[in-house]
Design a protein around this ligand. Sequence first.
Ligand SMILES: Cc1cc2nc3c(=O)[nH]c(=O)nc-3n(C[C@H](O)[C@H](O)[C@H](O)COP(=O)(O)OP(=O)(O)OC[C@H]3O[C@@H](n4cnc5c(N)ncnc54)[C@H](O)[C@@H]3O)c2cc1C
Length: 472
Amino acid sequence: MAFPYKKMDETDYDFIRSVTSPDRVAVGAEIADEYYHDEMPNYGIFPPELYVEAETKEEISKIMAYCNEHNIPVVIRGAGSGLAGGANCKYGGVMLSIMRMNKIWPVDHKNQTITVQPGALLLDVQAAAAAEGLFYPPDPGEKTATIGGNVITNAGGMKAVRYGLTRDFVRCIEAVLPDGSIERFSSNVVKNTTGYDIKDLVIGSEGTLCVVTEITLKLLPAPNCTCTLVMPFHSLEECADMVPKVLELPFVPTAIEFLERELIDIVERNLHKPFPVKEGEAVLIVMYDASSQQELDNAVEAAAEAALANGAIDCCIANTPERAGSVWEVRGGILEGMKADSVSQEECDVVVPRSCIAQYVKDAKRIASSLGLRVEPCGHCGDGNIHTEMLRGNDMTDEEWESATGECLRQLYALSKELGGQLSGEHGIGNGRIEYLKEFVGPRMIRLYKAIKLAFDENLILNPGKIIEYNE
Ligand SMILES: Cc1cc2nc3c(=O)[nH]c(=O)nc-3n(C[C@H](O)[C@H](O)[C@H](O)COP(=O)(O)OP(=O)(O)OC[C@H]3O[C@@H](n4cnc5c(N)ncnc54)[C@H](O)[C@@H]3O)c2cc1C
């Protein structure tokens, strides 16, 4: 089975209309262009042959069983905010949206969990927990992403420094396998050593192993108080040097991010979001959560002292929701600001050991400037996940841009590997980084990945051509 996949025809369309409803199905030119790609169109623009909005796991099960039998590829679509070129139909076939499956069940207080359908938005899950005095900590930048998308990409985000990743909050998953069977991976238990841990394999599998249809998430008591500090420095390198010093303090920060002034200017100029701190060529933003004001004050005082002792020009305390909001809004606007400010962008999402952050930042800037590229390392420096953003200037031809970014990515991935890092910290491989992954992990690991894929999806119908490529 698999290559070449079946070209869909009226019989296939009619089957999918019959198990769902004709008003939830679009074919050919009826399908909106937005479903041809995710937030990184440069990682692939591929139209589906049929687009369908599922409402139940039973519908998904029937569609998967049919497509498995007829050799039709299926790609699952959440909010389409992915940054890896994952939610596109590289080999045509069906795009199946789970956005209508957005139910959030009442919080289970005894287990401190919440059960949701995959199409529930991250912001709605966070709000449902908060309404019950509880807290869902994972906080990736795009709040209108689906929780299913967050789980299947193991989304990280700013608060990973203190709380961890989406993975750390998933108790159990219900999913439809490519052959249409419906399975549960783990249950609402705190520990589990019952057989292989399929739940953790599925988390981060980028929609290549199964379709997530229900998730139970762990919640925490909400912190009582929170505070954001902005530490301006003379350079990004000084900011990076400060990160281990913040981590050595006896208070665990919630988030540590850095931004260069040029990037702040881009967001201010294009999105009209003013940043409250005007000094410094770069800023380190540090957030603390605490259960009491005293604990928070102690953390803030220690961090401010450490910053001033290590070259910070100042340490500004954004202790009202408005001031903190104006800091985080600029941080959250980076991607949109860069899109408005440049012809196109490329991104490197490496993660390096925290002890190597400063080294990575220095070398990344050197590599980019040797290739004539405008590059902005920024982002989640508290966990070593440095988003290295490349911006295309008006004066670059297509060929110059592609060759410079390709070479820059190769060198940055090699640098990350040399420093003991990984190719992607949170955005994943999708279609966009597939070639680089092969080189990064080597042939033995690719064979292992292929064996895992085949164990779930022997006909290779679910999101084919993502993470690994069989058609070669
Ligand atoms: C402004 C901005 C900021 C961002 N910040 C962060 C960040 O801080 N951290 C981070 O990790 N990411 C971040 N992202 C990336 C993105 O939001 C995440 O990857 C998110 O988890 C994707 O969710 P989605 O619903 O948009 O999924 P989609 O883009 O629709 O899909 C992503 C992948 O998951 C698969 N998929 C989706 N739902 C399912 C399902 N139910 N079952 C099986 N497969 C499925 C798709 O096939 C695709 O391969 C950001 C994106 C933007 C635009």
